[in-house]
Design a protein around this ligand. Structure first.
Ligand code: ZN
Length: 387
């Protein structure tokens, strides 16, 4: 009897212990899950903060997207500029097309509902990946890379490096690498003929935010042409560049720097502005990297520097002077950036050589008088045959 009673008590105690243990395990598991989901929640909250746009309304997800594409007009942008992203999706009747945006480095860009992207002030000298996510449950996403150039400081010295006669992929690309690595810009006066041969190099110049301009189609001296032939040179070169970049150039560098009033008038009718130079490296004459380097290093604030991107002997010069000019405090900008920073305009049908320096002491400048009427004559042009 006693034995039976003991067994019963033992069984009850065992069941009790098991129940208590089960409760304990359940409580622990519940606790862990709760912590995990709070973690998730706080992570989501954090992510949400870095996104430019967050949908708060309840969306109709009945027809989800099956395809989402976002493309930027260029692979680079400068602080102070903005770009319109092209956003498209399939099917046309997708019910919720709202996107969430995320940047690989927090706080570097903002994107509006309409897809206008702006880099923030602190974002200069960064390359970021911008990712767009669908919010309709389709889990679609797409991304693109963006190189962000620092803002221009108009109170600091700057020069516009310009390259003529290109592109030549073998040399132009190495020069572009040097510019890209240093977040530096330049202006490329392409020959329409070469742009037609190597559109991908022209496209790379454009993507990197370089100014792509025309140096005519076949490098003829414009002052020797009839208006009809001149128009043909302009049309063919503009077409070749537009095919490569999607944009018509606004600047023209006349071969040999040769212009006269009649050329300027035709150029103006084509909404083009002529830009010559204030510092000629004479690279075509010396054919020597050291000599070209030394010439470029003589640049002063506001200079427009002339060299050629088609020559092998210039590659080393470019690799050296780009970082060295920056180390000396120069900003390397495009011609339009230089003129905009100095509040000077580049009107169609006019010719320019350089901008006034920031630290200008007297009103008398060569640039101002050149702009107004000093047009290079044919005879002068012949002395600069290499350009
Ligand atoms: Zn030339």
């Amino acid at each position: 009897m006693k034995k039976k009673k003991f067994k019963m008590i033992r069984n009850i105690v065992s069941i009790f212990v098991v129940v208590v243990l089960l409760f304990g395990i359940f409580a622990i598991v519940r606790n862990l899950t709760a912590t995990a989901s709070t973690d998730k929640l706080s992570k989501t909250k954090k992510n949400t903060k870095t996104m430019a746009e967050v949908s708060t309304e309840k969306a109709d997800n009945s027809v989800p997207m099956t395809e989402l594409t976002v493309s930027a007009p260029k692979t680079s942008i400068r602080v102070g500029e903005e770009m319109q992203l092209a956003i498209s999706h399939k099917p046309e009747n997708a019910t919720n097309t709202k996107l969430k945006w995320k940047c690989s480095k927090g706080g570097m860009v903002t994107i509006t509902k309409d897809g206008i992207l702006k880099p923030t002030k602190k974002s200069g000298k960064n390359t970021v990946t911008v990712k767009a996510y669908a919010t309709d449950g389709s889990k679609l996403s797409t991304s693109f890379q963006l190189r962000i150039y620092p803002a221009i400081d108009p109170s600091k010295p700057m020069v516009a490096i310009t390259f003529d006669d290109g592109p030549n992929p073998d040399t132009t690309n190495i020069m572009l690498d040097a510019l890209e690595q240093n977040y530096a810009k330049a202006t490329f006066f392409c020959l329409g003929q070469n742009a037609g041969y190597y559109p991908e190099t022209v496209k790379r110049e454009f993507d990197l935010g370089m100014e792509v301009a025309t140096h005519t189609y076949s490098h003829v001296q414009l002052t020797t042409l009839s208006n009809e032939k001149l128009q043909e040179e302009i049309d063919k070169s503009m077409d070749a560049i537009k095919k490569a970049t999607g944009i018509s150039p606004t600047l023209l560098r006349p071969p040999y720097g040769a212009v006269n009033k009649s050329v300027l008038s035709v150029v103006g009718e084509n909404k083009l502005c002529c830009v010559n130079w204030s510092l000629d490296t004479e690279d075509w004459k010396t054919k020597n990297a050291n000599a070209t380097y030394n010439m470029v290093m003589k640049a002063t604030d506001g200079d427009v520097v002339l060299l050629h991107d088609i020559h092998e002997y210039n590659v080393d010069a470019v690799k050296r002077f780009v970082p060295d000019l920056i180390a000396q405090g120069f900003q390397l900008v495009t011609v339009p950036e230089l003129y905009a920073a100095r509040g000077e305009t580049l009107e169609a049908g006019t010719i320019h050589y350089r901008t006034d320096p920031t630290t200008q002491e007297s009103e008398e400048t060569t640039a101002a008088s050149s702009e107004d009427g000093a047009v290079q004559t044919d005879t002068e042009a012949e002395t600069t045959q290499g350009n």
